[in-house]
Design a binder for this molecule. Structure first.
Ligand code: SDX
Length: 393
């Protein structure tokens, strides 16, 4: 097979980080899913085709693609007991807190009927999660605003159905805007998988113990929630709103440059991409398409575009390789579409579920399922005698 690089077989002892799914070259801004460049996938494929590729390793034939879509549609509903589970949360709960809970609760619904040693069961688990995450995500939003849950509409596309479940009400028809439908689908594609990031590593670690896959996904959701990772899109919008106007940008640029100031420009920088994030290039174009389609000139977007202009020209940012990342633009698009900031990381989790479950499935390849057990660099006390309390000085 056309390997991008070879490695010492001894490396296989850390099987949990060996993967065939996604390749990143951070210095050259390259991101490949099963060998296909992300820009080509975002331009020519939809999220379900990319999901099939991530899960099974090859692009589907037209017949496989059609069958896969039908299979996913047949599992978009969630058990009525899950709907009741939502009602145990406060209405003002953070949607990511609810998502951690309900995705983990799915483990209770499929535990006794799930044999993860059976490949067919593993495939069905992947389909169920891919199908149900949009439903659960939309339920989080509806629950938070006190509106009734909207059932999935299987005549709509994956992304169209999501928008319908989010914004339709039983009172009147909701027409899916094709520009927004495509923008949402691109956001899902661009967030689908990203090698061994913090949340994917969390899922692989949980999977390595043989844990229930729904519980593994709940662990991934918890890890993604942090503002340094998937919570950056929400944090980015909050930062733009705090800056408020273009004339206040220099004050925040100075804070970002001050090494004694813990402030970070949310939506900038990346642990791996020390060049431009290839996803950000696609997301930037989609962002401008959506702002044009919706004819939006909100001050928030002026601040965002000016911040981007400064970041791409300021020597500090260039020297520190601090480019806008995927989360900078996705937050702006989601805000423009009308999705509340608190739902941004839920959108990320929805999209990343197929990546997480693809990595979970990969752990079952021969030789991969070894418990992840990192060793540490111990810097604590050396051995010392224990003195009973009454003799202790
Ligand atoms: C995602 O891993 C993945 O693949 C993640 C992800 C995925 O798809 O799964 O791509 C999704 O998480 C994207 C990143 C989203 N996070 C943010 O936008 C939060 C803001 N970014 C920073 O927190 C930071 O850039 C990180 C955490 C993303 C990356 O940090 P690094 O590479 O570990 O860099 P660092 O924190 O060690 O900083 C290196 C230097 C420091 O300056 P010096 O001490 O060398 O002088 O760069 C500076 C930092 O001060 N720096 C920033 C900065 N990020 C790094 N300065 C200002 N603003 C920033 N955002």
């Amino acid at each position: 097979k056309n390997k991008l690089f070879t490695f010492d077989p001894g490396f296989m002892s850390t099987a949990s980080c060996v993967s065939e799914i996604t390749y990143i070259d951070g210095d050259n801004g390259i991101l490949l899913h099963r060998g296909y460049p992300i820009a080509d996938l975002a331009k020519h494929a939809d999220y379900l085709e990319v999901s099939y590729l991530l899960l099974f390793g090859e692009r589907p034939t037209l017949e496989q693609y059609t069958d896969f879509i039908q299979l996913v549609k047949r599992h978009t509903l969630v058990h009525e007991q899950i709907s009741r589970f939502f009602h145990g949360f406060r209405r003002d709960s953070h949607p990511m807190a609810i998502m951690c809970g309900v995705s983990g609760a799915l483990a209770a619904f499929y535990h006794d009927s799930l044999d993860i040693s059976d490949e067919e069961h593993r495939d069905m688990t992947a389909v169920r999660l891919l199908a149900k995450m949009p439903t659960l995500a939309a339920m989080c939003y509806k629950y938070s605003i006190g509106q009734p849950f909207m059932f999935p509409q299987n005549h709509l596309s994956y992304s169209g159905n999501f928008l319908h479940m989010m914004f339709a009400t039983p009172c009147e028809p909701y027409i899916v805007n094709p520009v927004l439908e495509r923008a949402i689908d691109k956001i899902f594609i661009l967030h689908a998988d990203h090698e061994q990031n913090a949340s994917t590593s969390t899922v692989r670690t949980a999977a390595s113990s043989g844990a229930n896959p729904f519980a593994c996904i709940a662990a991934g959701i918890a890890s993604l929630w942090g503002p340094a990772h998937g919570g950056a899109n929400e944090a980015c919008i909050n930062m733009l709103e705090e800056i408020g106007t273009v004339d206040r940008i220099p004050e925040y640029i100075a804070k970002a440059k001050d090494r004694n100031d813990p402030f970070r420009l949310m939506g900038f920088g990346h642990r791996v991409y020390k060049n431009y994030d290839p996803r950000a290039k696609v997301m930037r174009q989609t962002c401008h398409e959506v702002l044009k389609e919706l004819n939006i000139d909100h001050p928030l977007f002026e601040v965002a575009m000016e911040l981007e202009r400064i970041a791409l020209s300021d020597q500090y940012f260039i020297d520190h390789k601090l480019y806008p990342n995927v989360d900078f633009y996705s937050g702006i698009i989601l805000k423009a579409i009308g999705i509340p900031t608190s739902m941004f990381t839920v959108m990320f989790a929805l999209a990343r579920t197929v990546g997480w479950i693809s990595h979970w499935r990969e752990m079952f390849k021969p030789g991969n399922m070894k418990i992840v057990r990192p060793r540490q660099l111990y810097i604590g006390q050396t051995e010392r005698p224990f003195m009973p309390m009454d003799k202790k000085k």
